[in-house]
Structure formats: structure tokens, C-alpha cells
Design a protein around this ligand. Structure first.
Ligand code: NAD
Length: 450
């Protein structure tokens, strides 16, 4: 297989021309990116339907809508973000002024997964463009229709030396990783995240790693159970549970467990029964993933759902009860429409158990008690999350989104995206109207004068 040296050379020459640093050029590029999405809505929806059986509604709210909002927000703030930022100057440097300049790294490599194949490739690109970089995108091979469409659209919208899409699998990514990029932004699994970081280390290339893991969802005895049920059912089963921040398992207080589960089943039926019946539920991306997720159904007992079809690669929204930490379903990120339920008596149990495992990407707390909320927030480290909701924190441009520990390194969205694709260059502008003598060593009794 041919390498990517030539592509990188062309991008590097283009970056060196300085064109991408021009703010008007960035604004024009972001505007074109928005137009590209808006004018190809039907084609995008059709590709997502073929790859994942995503409904038009889901395609809009979880892919295109998020991107259009991110572009709008970035365009609104880009002139402000790109200004050198004046900061305070220490007393010892009297006469000088201090600034932070945001400068683009150069060429960014963006590697994305299949679960939100458009959104997770283009959202980082918005940050890369806003910060003035060139970019190479490597979307997932498991959603070929969307990746192919994206490659064609990007190719029509931008010159290859500015933004380019490389299609292919792990082997292609390995070839790309042989080249020296100036920044690598990876979204995907923990296992591959480690491969990426190792490859980046060879060139000392900085990385953002948006990874996954098991995200707990806690339902306390004082929660508004009806609302909790609806918001959990939505966040878990949207995209058939193939969402990095989907609640991976429930921790429900034992006093309200039965009542909650009754309401929860009603909510699942209310939101998804017709969709599943009409064949409009998102499918599992591949047979391998289908076999993996259905394999987890033998953990505990099925309290709801549990049916699946290998022909259509679909699995019904499913609740598993009588699950323990020793069961297979608790050993890996589920990434499918299967939700195990654990119960607890006291919060100390939850805190201890969750802290024994890798730091989650997200955590959700359903409770009316501020004290309980704060206890959990202050006792468990996790990427981010919601109180009395699920998933919604990732759609705010004011909240940097990312993991911690095994769930990731770095955070993006809104200003965060601009910042991670920018080097912060600190500059001290010194006065020439006077020159303080204290710093120089060749004075008599220099130390005594300090
Ligand atoms: P993955 O890690 O298998 O693949 C991601 C990308 O890496 C793909 O483009 C793939 O081609 C490439 N890749 C795969 N193996 C590789 C290798 N050995 N060397 C180099 N590149 C390789 O992830 P996935 O299955 O596409 O996505 C699911 C995972 O992504 C889940 O763990 C999920 O939690 C995580 N995820 C995280 C976020 C987030 O924002 N934190 C968002 C979505 C998904």
C-alpha cells in the first residue's frame, strides 16, 4: 500500500503558505462546511440509514444539527478567540506587557469511529479549521456509505492540500501514523487509543483521545422517577445504545427499584415500541458487534426486551436484572441497547465499586438531594455528566467534553475545540524606554540590592 508522504508534503506546503491562518479564510471554510451539510441533508440521511438504519430524526438531532450549531457558535466567536489575549504582568517585570497568542499546530490527523460517523469526524474538524490548521480525516471503515459520501463532499468543498479524507481500515491508519502530524485527534476505543498514543509518541505529537468505558447512571430513592425513567430510556437507547456516553449500567436504590423498573419499562415502550415494530430502530453496526452484544444477554435475567434479529442486526431495548459485577456484561463497555441494573443500599457502596474501576467517561445522578449529588460528584472522578439527565452535557458548547484516566485525554466542543487545536504561545513585550539594572550580574554587591 502506498504511503501518505506526498499528501502530507502538499498539506505542509499549503500550511506554510500562511493561507489557513487568515481569519477570513477560516470563516469562509467554516461557512462552506455548514453549507455542505445543509445542502446535502438528504444524501447524508440516506447514507446513515444504509450504514446504521438511523432514522432521519436521529440523523438530524445527533449528527447534522449538532454540527450546524457548533459551526454557528464558532463563527460567532472566532474573531474574539483568535485575538492575542492580554494577561497580567508580574511586578518584577514592570514596564512590560504579556500576551497569549493562539497559533495553529499545522497538520491535524482526525481519526473517528462509526457510531456517529459524520458528527465525530466533522466536529473536531470545526476546531481544527477555526484554529487555522490543515487536516486529514480518517473516518471508520464500518460505516462505508457515510465515509464515502463525506470523502466526496469534503473533496468538492476543500482543496486536498487543506482538508482531505482518507478512507480505509486499521492498516490505512497505521500507514498514516507513520507520518509526522502536528496534532492527532482520536475518537474510539480504549485499546486503539493506546495504539494511537504510542505511535504519536514516536514523533512527540500531542494528542486528544476521546475514548469510552462503562458510564454509570445512579437513581437515588428521592429521584423524580417518571422523569428519570424517560430521560434514561432516551439516553440509553438512542442510536441503539451505541453512544460513548450512554448510561452503561444502572445503580438503583433498592427502596425504589421495583417502582422505578415498572416506570422505566413504560417509558421504553412509550418511546421505542412503535419504532422497533416499524423497523426504524437503529441497527448494530456489524455482525461482529451484534454477536458480541447478544452474547452479553446471558448475564443475569432478562426483565424487558431481549429479542434480536441477525438478519436485520437489531436488538430490542433490553433490561437485565439480577446482575453482579462478576457477570460478563459488567466486564466491558456494552455499546448496545442492553442495560444491566444493579441495586444499592447506601451511597458508600456505589462510590467504592465505581472507584475500583477505570474512571468513567460519563456519570449520571438522578436525585433531588443536593447533598447526595455533591457527595457523588466529590467522591468519584469521571469525564463529565449530568444531574437529572443523560447525555445532554455533550451538546453544550460551553461545556468542554472529554474523559479522564482511561476514558480519555483532553476535551473539546465550543471554545475547547479551538483551544485544543491551538498552541498557546506566551509572549512578553518588553519596554525599551528604560532598563532595570537588577537582573544583570556584573554590578557591585548585586545580591545585596535584591
Ligand atoms: P475503534 O477504536 O475500533 O476505531 C476507531 C478508529 O480507529 C476507526 O477509524 C478505525 O479504523 C481505527 N482503528 C481501529 N483499529 C486500529 C488500529 N489497530 N490501529 C489504528 N487505527 C485503528 O472504535 P469504534 O469501534 O469505531 O468505536 C467505538 C468506541 O469508541 C467505543 O469504545 C466508544 O466508547 C468510543 N467512542 C468514544 C467517543 C468519545 O467522544 N469519547 C465517541 C464515540 C465513540
Amino acid at each position: 500500500m502506498e504511503g501518505f508522504h506526498h499528501l502530507l508534503k502538499r498539506q505542509r506546503d499549503f500550511f506554510q503558505s500562511g493561507k489557513t491562518k487568515d481569519i477570513s479564510y477560516r470563516i469562509e471554510a467554516l461557512t462552506s462546511l455548514g453549507d455542505m451539510i445543509r445542502s446535502n441533508e438528504t444524501e447524508i440521511m440516506s447514507a446513515l440509514k444504509k450504514d446504521l438504519n438511523k432514522s432521519d430524526f436521529d440523523s438530524y438531532i445527533t449528527e447534522m444539527g449538532i454540527l450546524l450549531e457548533e459551526i454557528r457558535f464558532t463563527l460567532k466567536h472566532i474573531r474574539d478567540w483568535t485575538q492575542p489575549r492580554k494577561v497580567k504582568t508580574a511586578m518584577t517585570q514592570i514596564g512590560s506587557k504579556s500576551y497569549i497568542y493562539s497559533e495553529p499546530y499545522g497538520i491535524a490527523l482526525i481519526i473517528s469511529p462509526w457510531n456517529y460517523p459524520l458528527q465525530l469526524a466533522i466536529a473536531p474538524l470545526i476546531g481544527a479549521i477555526a484554529a487555522g490548521n490543515c487536516a486529514v480525516l480518517k473516518p471508520s471503515e464500518l460505516t462505508p456509505e457515510t465515509s464515502k459520501l463525506m470523502a466526496g463532499l469534503i473533496n468538492k468543498t476543500f482543496p486536498e492540500e487543506y482538508v482531505s479524507v482518507v478512507q480505509g481500515d486499521a492498516e490505512t491508519t497505521q500507514l498514516l501514523l507513520k507520518e509526522k502530524f502536528d496534532y492527532i485527534f482520536f475518537t474510539g476505543s480504549v485499546t486503539v487509543g493506546k495504539v494511537i498514543m504510542e505511535a504519536a509518541a514516536k514523533h512527540l505529537t500531542p494528542v486528544t483521545l476521546e475514548l469510552g468505558g462503562k458510564s454509570p447512571c445512579i437513581v437515588h430513592h428521592d429521584a423524580n422517577l417518571k422523569l428519570a425513567a424517560k430521560r434514561i430510556a432516551w439516553g440509553k437507547f438512542i442510536n441503539a445504545g451505541q453512544t460513548c456516553v450512554a448510561p452503561d449500567y444502572l445503580y438503583v436504590n433498592k427502596d425504589i427499584k421495583e417502582e422505578f423498573l415498572k416506570t422505566f419499562k413504560e417509558s421504553i415502550n412509550e418511546l421505542y415500541e412503535d419504532i422497533v415494530k416499524n423497523g426504524e430502530f437503529t441497527r448494530i453496526v456489524s455482525e461482529r458487534h451484534f454477536n458480541r452484544v447478544t452474547g452479553l444477554l446471558s448475564s443475569g435475567v432478562i426483565l424487558h426486551g431481549g429479542n434480536s434479529s441477525k438478519d436485520t442486526l437489531t436488538i430490542e431495548p433490553t433490561i437485565l436484572g439480577s446482575v453482579t459485577w462478576a457477570d460478563p456484561v459488567m466486564q466491558e463497555e456494552i455499546f448496545g441497547p442492553v442495560l444491566p441494573v444493579l441495586e444499592y443500599d447506601h451511597e458508600a457502596e456505589i462510590i467504592q465499586k465505581i472507584n475500583e474501576h477505570p474512571k468513567p467517561l460519563a456519570l449520571y445522578i438522578f436525585s433531588e438531594s443536593k447533598e447526595f449529588q455533591e457527595t457523588i460528584l466529590n467522591s468519584i472522578s469521571f469525564g463529565g455528566g449530568c444531574i437529572n439527565d443523560t447525555v445532554m452535557h455533550l451538546s453544550s458548547p460551553y461545556l468542554p467534553f472529554g474523559g479522564v484516566g482511561e476514558s480519555g485525554i483532553g476535551a473539546y466542543h465550543g471554545r475547547g475545540s479551538f483551544d485544543i487545536f491551538s498552541h498557546q504561545k506566551s509572549i512578553l513585550k518588553q519596554t525599551t524606554t528604560f532598563d532595570l539594572p537588577f537582573r544583570y550580574p556584573n554590578r557591585k554587591d548585586a545580591l545585596k540590592q535584591i
